[in-house]
Ligand binder design. Structure first.
Ligand code: JFZ
Length: 472
């Protein structure tokens, strides 16, 4: 259980104390710290500066919102299988029919500040929203194409303008998903073979030059600082074509990051959707992930991941060196589904107490806690299966180790040996920071814990150690 009312009260006071301590130690402001040694040494100072916020932020909100929220997974009375935002493709809906959805799109309940407040409550530090998905419809005012929310709908407002203002007010960063290659609305865009025939017979560069490139310029010119552009599904994206986007970004907003799905290497790696790697990856990376199964809203998808599961995934990802970009799919009215809100806020309550172990935190120096390759079982690819362990995870900061306990170890917790001397141990959830007794030998560190499992898991043990990096 993540939340009980007792936990909530404890969370608040612990948060205030923890936050005060963070501020005075300078951690919240993010004093530069060693990145992974190998990458750091070859990384330019320019690249390090660009990546700085991303390495601190760790947790972001993904928003998939567009015309597909209207059918919400159903076309002409038939449920359409697959992810909601793919409905035009899955049901092979002709452009002439699909584009009529625009006349119905009137999300009068959209409130940018409520969305940004949700991200803030969840403990997220950045927001990435679909400015244009594969269906080709822009949810912002575009001069490059009339197929946009201001010119083609009764709503007429520009949600990205409103979100940019709300993010600025609440100090969150804003980035834009942009489907650079697939555009099912355009005869020369990739992907729509049912209206326009095979992709290899299209004038793809004409589409890029007349729509995608101008629209990316608009996004970078009209909405203030953009923290990243999240390109996707790089069909037909040669190095030359990708380079044109890189040039646009580096000219208009040199600090703006490029994700891993442009078609040329970006500023960080994007993992497969919902795919958390088995072990530590010493690079900048991010996992895009869903709260249920779909990205765009689908009325019959109620397969919600629990707050406990989400918290485990968050900690798991941070302990392996990545960022977690977690998605919501608002309805056609502009409402984020209530279970999404509830589950995200539950994670946020845990983060208020334990955020020091997440924001800007570095991956585990251990690794044995993550699991190991099976000696007996193989996966579909014939390779040995990785058997994950889920009892504990570790994240670090200079001079600190954080042990996230997912399984209560009954009185004693044994940590693999490190050479640094452990100076002090306490629970992040304990506002009094009562020292836990620690017995450190050459072969292990054992930490005494209360007999009784706590009401909220994972509990985080903070260890203050001598020296900035963990030596094993
Ligand atoms: C893409 C989109 O097609 C989808 O609609 C959604 O926006 C998602 C975030 O991204 O889908 C992908 C792209 C890449 C992988 C999986 C799904 N991948 O690399 O595993």
């Amino acid at each position: 259980m993540i939340e009980t009312s007792r936990q909530l009260k404890m969370s608040l006071s612990a948060f205030m104390i923890a936050f005060g301590a963070l501020l005075t130690s300078g951690l919240v402001l993010g004093t530069p710290h060693a990145w992974n040694q190998s990458a750091q040494s070859t990384e330019s100072t320019e690249q390090a500066a660009r990546m700085k916020w991303f390495r601190e932020a760790k947790f972001g909100l993904f928003i998939h919102w567009g015309l597909y929220a209207i059918p919400a997974g159903e076309w002409k009375g038939q449920p359409i299988a697959g992810i909601g935002e793919w409905i035009m493709n899955r049901a092979k809906i002709p452009v002439k029919e699909y584009e009529q959805l625009a006349a119905q799109f009137n999300p009068v309940k959209f409130n940018a500040d409520e969305w940004v407040k949700l991200a803030e409550d969840a403990g997220m530090k950045y927001i990435v929203i679909t400015s244009k998905h594969h269906d080709g419809f822009a949810i912002y005012q575009s001069r490059a194409s009339k197929y946009n929310i201001v010119d083609a709908t009764p709503f007429k407002r520009d949600p990205l303008k409103e979100l940019a203002a709300a993010c600025a007010k609440r100090n969150l960063r804003l980035g834009f998903y942009y489907s650079q290659a697939q555009d099912w609305h355009e005869s020369n865009g990739a992907g729509n073979t049912w209206d326009f025939g095979p992709d290899d017979q299209k004038n793809f560069d004409q589409y890029l030059q007349e729509k995608a490139e101008p629209q990316v310029r608009e996004l970078l010119a009209n909405y203030g600082p953009v923290c990243l552009i999240w390109f996707d599904t790089p069909r037909m994206m040669t190095k030359e074509r990708s380079q044109r986007f890189i040039d646009i970004l580096r000219t208009l907003q040199p600090q703006c990051l490029i994700d891993g799905r442009l078609g040329a290497s970006g500023d960080y790696r994007s993992m497969g959707d919902n795919r958390i790697p088995d072990t530590v990856i010493n690079e900048d990376w991010e996992v895009p992930a869903t709260l249920n199964r779909t990205w765009g809203y689908k009325k019959d998808d109620n397969d919600w991941k629990s707050p406990e599961d989400l918290t485990f995934k968050l900690v798991d990802i941070i302990s392996k060196g990545g960022n977690y970009l977690l998605n919501v799919g608002p309805t056609a009215e502009g409402i984020i589904p209530q279970p999404s809100q509830d589950n995200l806020r539950a994670v946020g309550r845990w983060l208020k107490v334990n955020g020091e172990a997440i924001y800007g935190a570095r991956p585990t120096p251990f690794g044995e806690e993550l699991g190991q390759l099976s000696t007996a079982e193989t996966g579909k690819d014939g390779k040995p299966l990785f058997k994950a362990k889920m009892d504990w995870r570790c994240t670090t900061r200079p001079g600190k180790l954080f042990i996230h306990l997912f399984k209560w170890p009954a009185a004693q917790f044994e940590l693999p040996a490190i050479k640094n001397k452990v100076k002090k141990a306490y629970l992040l959830a304990d506002p009094g920071r009562k020292p836990l007794s620690v017995n450190q030998t050459d072969s292990a560190i054992s930490i005494s814990l209360p007999q009784q499992a706590p009401a909220s898991m994972p509990l985080v043990v903070s260890l203050e150690i001598e020296g900035d990096t963990v030596r094993r």
